[in-house]
Design a protein. Structure first.
Length: 274
């Protein structure tokens, strides 16, 4: 067995044990919260926060808008865990490290993983901010978290879990677009030429995360759903300069709608067959 695979298995085992010791093993639904979207965790009932520093083997992020902690509790009586902040490839982490936490959570019994992110929009007629349910992705990051035996056909995004998000959005009166997410490596924003190529390839939004976690969580046996918060229009569409502060600010503006959708979706996800 290659050394890197052995080391990653050991690190994941340490993280799994640490999560179990902190009482995370009861969670049924897991949420990974992107830039500026961490306030959703305030909706969790009986919330208990666990700083990443207390979790052995947990990769951390230095990106603004990522709090760096897990929050456990319940929503509508459903045990949940929210990951406030994620590690990114562009911070120097490997594909295995970026996906280590979602694999550990699924290994502990999480059956549904809801991934979220802040993304650039590729449609100039979509308002900012707006929410988009990810139906598929383009992984242009040049990395995969999957081993050869995990290769699978089709999208990692589950149709039933996606429908649960759609129904929840309709219930709470939030417009939820649907589209394809283009995942690029970062850390720089995309050039106008890259944006044109993404639009040509069929992408509706672009960002620097989510695709690897979706692949890993699905390969581990979880249902996967995902939402992008469109926080800006991608480079070349408006001619304006992009910056991360605006991304976080737009995420905060969408936070209430975003939280309402996820709260309403939780019992729907929990009701899906195991």
């Amino acid at each position: 067995m290659p050394v890197i695979e052995t080391d990653e298995r050991d690190a994941r085992a340490r993280l799994t044990d640490s999560l179990r010791r902190h009482g995370v093993g009861d969670a049924r639904v897991a949420f990974v919260l992107g830039s500026g979207l961490g306030d959703f965790a305030d909706r969790i009932e009986g919330a208990q926060a666990i700083p990443y520093a207390e979790l052995d083997g947990m990769p951390t992020s230095s990106v603004p808008g990522h709090a760096g902690r897990l929050v456990t509790g319940t929503l509508h009586g459903v045990p949940v865990v929210a990951q406030q902040g994620r590690a990114h490839l562009y911070e120097g982490w490997t594909a295995h490290q970026v996906t280590r936490c979602v694999r550990a959570l699924v290994g502990l019994g999480v059956r549904d993983v809801v991934l979220t992110n802040a993304a650039g929009g590729l449609h100039d007629d979509w308002p900012v901010p707006t929410l988009m349910r990810i139906t598929d992705h383009l992984n242009w990051q040049g990395r995969t978290p999957l081993a050869g035996h995990e290769a699978s056909l089709g999208t990692p995004y589950d149709a039933d879990a996606g429908a649960a998000l759609d129904d929840a959005a309709a219930e709470v009166g939030v417009d939820l677009q649907r589209g394809v997410y283009g995942a690029l490596l970062g850390p720089t924003y995309e050039t106008p030429a890259e944006v044109r190529s993404l639009r040509w390839a069929g992408a509706d939004a672009v960002g620097m995360s989510t695709a690897l976690e979706a692949l890993a969580a699905a390969a581990a046996g979880a249902r996967v759903a995902a939402i992008s918060c469109i926080t800006n229009l991608a480079a070349g569409i408006t001619g304006e300069e992009l910056n991360h502060d605006e991304v976080v600010e737009a995420g905060a503006q969408a936070a209430a709608d975003f939280a309402r959708v996820l709260v309403a979706a939780t019992p729907r996800l929990a009701a899906l067959p195991a």
